[in-house]
Design a protein around this ligand. Structure first.
Ligand code: ADP
Ligand code: ASP
Ligand code: MG
Length: 635
């Protein structure tokens, strides 16, 4: 007998009719012979409404009381869903996070799951009940209610599926939502986006973390770590949705599977930072200690002993970021600047590792729209570009400021925020022809049959009570960071263009020149150094460096007499792989600390959910590799 975990999002339980539909889906799964756990979100806009209620009382509610308030939305919904199932003649029991022992840390409003006690769920399932669990919530070790962050019910569902798998069940998890599955990009922004049949865990992790709101990125960490077969599908139909699965060989053929837009980040630039070992560590350790996740990091190649470090944080964390860094910035003799409204467009695809020209195509598309790139960072399987939103829209803002109606103001504000970002998203989506049918998105793959995605039988299947307890014990720290490996690449060299004019199309031209000759560009970092000028660095195989320099230098002559190109052969790129690398702030901290202790300077930094990469001095490579292996306890 299998176990199906079905998660219904807010819109899929928004009213009595939808709750009943969800109940029918659960009953149908049970009738077909599976055991069923249902995880629900709060109904419709309940969570937003509760946040609004708090705002009517205070603009600075305590995080503990917010969690107490927000968790009620899901509690209402589990009771209603259990009633609906019972009313249809099937037995059901509802539980809050606390009742089934979802223990989290005490970071209110973005708590991480530490463990789940599956006993109460197992007992209810054994008694033939459909178990209905409140998403998004848990309790901390003091017994206080915590929540997992907006969209966190996905994470509850997959974490429960993972825990049940560990306890010996043959599990599958279905995420029911208001679209047919995971699309090549948000179908509400790009109407010709195509539904994917299959996407890999890593690709989904990057997509979600880069702004594809269809899944909470932390849920994918669980799915990958515990090998949970996962499908996103429509609550309003029976159509097969999108399978999220381990990477398959055919995926290497698809350089870009999707694009995403994030509009909730702010850019911070630290100028005049001493270019010495340990400085990045101080900056990012301070942020990590305050639990602020940093996204794009662009550190310029230092000259005259000073470097510029640019990074992005969530807009909601900007004020805290400034506070946390204030004294350090003063101590370093640096200055902190924040830059206006920005959006981030990212392309994601497993095949990017092997195919050249992805960056070039993306930058070309953006240049075609007259979009200026403020920052570029790459990861193993993604490229992100930060763009500035249109400043002419300031006029609209002024009108909105004068509007008294909060709802109208918010709606306009949301639309305004991403006008340029949306245009950029559409252009990039078109440039990669993502609306076309391909393997895994409209065309069959060798492995795209449902049955193949069904859970591999758990190693603990059909075990007795004692073994189950041992399995549950293994769940301790289940959301802890997982670093799976450290890798040193000694075959790369770095090319840097200094004082590149900061205007649309310039970067695209450089990459055009390099990519056209078939050179595979790996890590890219672009950052604005002084107003109007950018610094662009990228790594290429050492054997290709002189050719890449020559091509770039020839091109620069046509662009601007002031920009220069330089190359360094003696670099190494050091990568740390895992899941949740960016959102678990401790990874960067551990990495920078280990390198600082060895006195190794970090030249370039790139972060993504599945990989953090740094450029260091080649001669120190093996030592750095050993240091990181020890720091992360991997071989
Ligand atoms: P739920 O309430 O079910 O959790 P969400 O609103 O969190 O639903 O997620 C579904 C929404 O995610 C869709 O309505 C869609 O607009 C948005 N979305 C963003 N990116 C994507 C994508 N790549 N594929 C599908 N949906 C996406
Ligand atoms: N109700 C919570 C929210 O709106 C959790 C969720 O829907 O996943 O963020
Ligand atoms: Mg959601």
């Amino acid at each position: 007998m299998g176990l199906v975990v079905q998660k219904f999002g807010g819109s899929s339980v928004k009213d009595a009719g939808r709750v009943k539909e969800a109940a029918r889906k659960a009953i149908r799964a049970k009738s077909s012979g599976d055991q069923v756990i249902v995880v629900v979100s709060a109904q419709g806009s309940t969570t937003d409404d509760l946040i609004g209620k708090a705002a009517e009382i205070t603009s600075t509610p305590s995080a503990r009381e917010m969690d107490m308030l927000l968790a009620t939305g899901e509690q209402i919904c589990v009771a209603l869903t259990a009633m609906a199932i019972q009313d249809l003649g099937e037995s059901a029991i509802s539980f809050t996070g606390q009742q089934i022992g979802i223990v989290t840390d005490n970071t209110h409003r973005k708590a991480r799951i530490k463990s789940i006690d599956t006993r109460r769920i197992s007992e209810a399932l054994d008694a033939g009940q459909i178990v209905v669990v409140a998403g998004f919530q848990g309790i901390d070790e003091q017994g206080d209610i915590s929540t997992l962050g907006r969209g966190g019910s996905d994470t509850t569902a997959v974490a429960i599926a993972a825990a049940m798998k560990q306890a010996g069940y043959d599990v599958q998890c279905e995420i029911y939502t208001d679209v047919d599955g995971v699309y090549t990009t948000d179908p509400r922004v790009v109407p010709d986006a195509r539904k994917m049949d299959v996407i890999s865990y890593d690709e989904m992790l990057e997509m979600a973390s880069m702004g594809a709101g269809v899944m909470h990125s932390r849920s994918i960490e669980f799915a990958k770590k515990f090998d949970v077969p996962l499908m996103v599908r429509n609550a309003q139909s029976d159509a097969i949705g999108t399978w999220i699965v381990p990477e398959a060989p055919w995926m290497a053929e698809i350089p870009v599977c999707g694009v995403a837009l994030a509009t909730d980040e702010a850019r911070v630039v630290l100028e005049g930072v001493p270019d010495e070992p340990g400085v990045s560590r101080q900056i990012f350790a301070a942020l990590a200690s305050a639990n602020i996740a940093v996204d794009m990091i662009g550190q310029s190649v230092g000259h005259q002993g000073k470097a510029t470090v640019g990074f992005t944080v969530l807009t909601t964390e900007l004020e805290r970021t400034k506070k946390v860094l204030a004294s350090l910035v003063a101590e370093l003799g640096a200055t902190l600047r924040e830059t206006g409204q920005v959006s981030k467009v990212s392309v994601v695809g497993a095949g990017m590792r092997h195919v050249s020209g992805v960056a070039e195509r993306m930058f070309d598309a953006l240049a075609g729209e007259g979009v200026n790139m403020k920052m570029i960072t790459t990861g193993d399987i993604k490229i992100s570009v930060l763009i500035e939103e249109d400043s002419t829209l300031a006029e609209i803002e002024a009108v909105l400021d004068a509007t008294a109606n909060e709802k109208i103001k918010k709606a306009h504000e949301d639309a305004r925020k991403a006008i340029r970002g949306r245009k950029a998203l559409r252009a990039v989506h078109a440039a990669f022809s993502l609306s076309r049918r391909r393997k895994g998105a409209g065309m069959p793959t060798d492995s795209a049959s449902d049955s193949l995605f069904r859970a591999k039988p758990s190693p603990f299947a059909n075990t007795g009570e004692k073994d189950r307890e041992a399995a549950v014990a293994r769940l301790d720290g289940m959301e802890d960071i997982l670093v799976s490996g450290v890798h040193l690449n000694l075959d790369q060299s770095r090319l840097t263009v200094f004082d590149l004019p900061d205007r649309p199309g310039v970067c695209a031209k450089v990459f055009n020149a390099v990519a056209r000759s078939g050179i595979l560009v790996d890590t890219i970092v672009q950052n604005i150094t002084v107003p109007g000028r950018a610094e662009l660095s990228f790594t290429v195989p050492r054997a290709d460096l002189s050719k890449a320099i020559e091509l770039t230098a020839n091109l620069l002559k046509q662009i601007d007499g002031d920009c220069r190109v330089g190359g360094e052969e003696d670099i190494a790129v050091l990568y740390v792989f895992g899941v949740g690398m960016r959102t678990h702030t401790g990874v960067a901290r551990t990495m920078f600390a280990a390198l600082a202790e060895l006195g190794i300077n970090i030249g370039m930094i790139n972060t993504s959910e599945v990989c953090i990469g740094v450029v260091i001095d080649r001669a120190r490579g093996p030592e750095a590799l050993a240091g990181l292996k020890a720091a992360f306890n991997v071989d």
